[in-house]
Design a binder for this molecule. Structure first.
Ligand SMILES: O=C(O)CCC(=O)C(=O)O
Length: 289
């Protein structure tokens, strides 16, 4: 359960860090799932529907950048988001009905695993209201040198920044041009098993992994059930049954709640998900491997 103080802090800062929320046994179970899901990487020459590979990947030296939608291929990942203690966090922040629309595991391998350039998730998937958040589970400690998540407190209450460059949606913010003081971002330094929560409009990013060990981070993207995705964004579904099957708590609705929120259309877009889209950014805030 979240305290009233934590809820107030989330509304003010746009993020929470819940240190040591889950046990070591659960972290171990999920690490075993990561090992299972990535075990075929050595057979891949290029990314497929489940594994996104680092540019430096070679079949003889496999390097996975991201596991796409692990909740669809791992009962353990799907089950975790439905735990009563996690649902209590979600309903405290999003209301009584919550839908899971995506999940991912960012692998950030030791020795240069990819950075995530500054961005707002909202730029990728605007909805009719902004009661959306990402809930993250640290599968490894986040430390100063392994590319910890960086959160720019309060930025969820500010503007939606430009994520286009040279006529294409590139999914990243030029913080200098936007006048953002990125130096005041708070790094998540917390042990494996900790949870992070960040608001969909919060500016965040993370550097490459400069340590020798992996920094694996499981993220779930969640929405209030009455937030309806705008057409042509990164939230995709085939039909209403599939859309509603994402509900992790509460009842579905056919009545979207319309709020006066800013939006940009993440088009024209290039193929691929975040890392690939951001590769097109000419100016990068973080390093490349
Ligand atoms: O893995 C990270 O450090 C950042 C994750 C993130 O912002 C994303 O995948 O959208």
């Amino acid at each position: 359960m979240l305290t009233q103080q934590q809820i107030v802090r989330y509304r003010r800062d746009g993020y929470l860090i819940l240190s040591g929320f889950l046990s070591h046994a659960i972290v171990e179970e999920l690490r075993a799932e990561v090992a299972r899901l990535t075990s075929g990487a050595a057979r891949l020459r290029e990314s497929d529907g489940v594994l996104d590979l680092e540019p430096s990947h070679r079949p003889e030296a496999p390097r996975v950048r991201r596991i796409f939608r692990p909740h669809t291929v791992s009962p353990a990942v799907d089950g975790l988001i439905r735990r009563p203690d996690i649902l209590a966090v979600l309903t405290a922040l999003l209301g009584p009905a919550v839908r899971l629309h995506n999940s991912k595991i960012n692998m950030k391998s030791g020795g240069g695993g990819s950075a995530v350039e500054w961005h707002q998730d909202w730029a990728y998937y605007p909805h009719t209201n902004d009661d959306l958040l990402a809930l993250g589970l640290l599968l490894d400690d986040m430390t100063p040198d392994n590319g910890p998540l960086l959160m720019l407190g309060g930025s969820h209450l500010g503007p939606l920044y430009d994520h286009h460059h040279e006529g294409y949606f590139r999914g990243g913010i030029d913080v200098e041009r936007a006048g953002i003081d990125a130096a005041r971002a708070v790094p998540v330094h917390a042990p494996a098993g900790s949870l992070t929560v960040h608001h969909v409009r919060l500016v965040h990013g993370s550097d490459i992994n400069r340590s020798g060990a992996d920094r694996r981070f499981l993220l779930y993207e969640l929405a209030a059930a009455d937030a309806w995705p705008l057409q042509g964004t990164y939230t995709q579904f085939t039909d209403l049954a599939e859309f509603d099957s994402g509900l992790v708590v509460g009842a579905p609705t056919l009545a979207p709640r319309l709020a006066p929120v800013p939006a940009i259309i993440p088009q024209p877009r290039l193929p691929g998900a975040l890392y690939q889209v951001q590769e097109g950014l000419r100016k990068r805030a973080f390093g490349t491997a």
